[in-house]
Design a protein around this ligand. Sequence first.
Ligand code: HEM
Length: 224
Amino acid sequence: MSIMSRLKSATAELHRQAEGTSLQQRLVKGALPRDLYAAFLGQMYLAHSALEGAIREVSATHRGFATVVRDYHQREPQLSEDLDFLGVDLDAITAVGATDTLLADIHQVAREQPVALLGMLYVLEGSTNGSKFIARAIRREYGLGLGPGASYLDPHGERQQERWQAFKRDMDDVGFTETETSAIVDAARRMFRALTDVSDELSEPAGDRPSRPGPAAAASPATA
Ligand code: HEM
């Protein structure tokens, strides 16, 4: 099985959980209050900054990075622009507990199994397949044009399909070993759980969050 097939099947249930969170559902319907939307983008800014910075630092350690990673995979520029447009001071953004856990995981992966950062990139890059549609709802809801405000959710515009196909082809072309593949899949699963936890933490009061099966619970921040 190719690594992209492995990634898709090993994360299918986690994708359902992530897209089923209250925050993602309200995003899809364009029913998320603007301040919560800005709070979500702020957490994504921290996650992307950490992941993109880590990938830049380790990119010489494995040829997979040169084969797969392109400048247009960076989301930090769009997030900065969107947050600025929404009136959020980037320096004032603080990580919620689930984001803190994710940032620590990114740093640990960068130190111990750098190539597994590509599994984390898979999740964030793959999410553009759905977020392109969310961008339409957000633009409608907040009266935005194609410029800043929702550019993070639709970073590739007309080139979405072409770039996603290229990502998949390049990942499959690297020829990862079985050990590398397992580490990449494990990191992708943790990234999915982290995004579910971030979505829940932003929208559910502490202590009133749905309990989810599996190790995600152990990685969640403690609730009061
Ligand atoms: C935290 C939220 C989400 C994350 C992290 C995420 C992540 C991903 C990933 C990694 C893929 C690529 C799957 C693959 O082909 O290997 C994907 C595909 C997709 N996602 Fe999501 N997603 C999220 C939320 C959503 C939501 C809310 C929707 C609904 C609008 C959605 C709709 C889709 C669609 C339509 C595809 C394309 C499926 C295909 O062509 O095979 N996603 N997403």
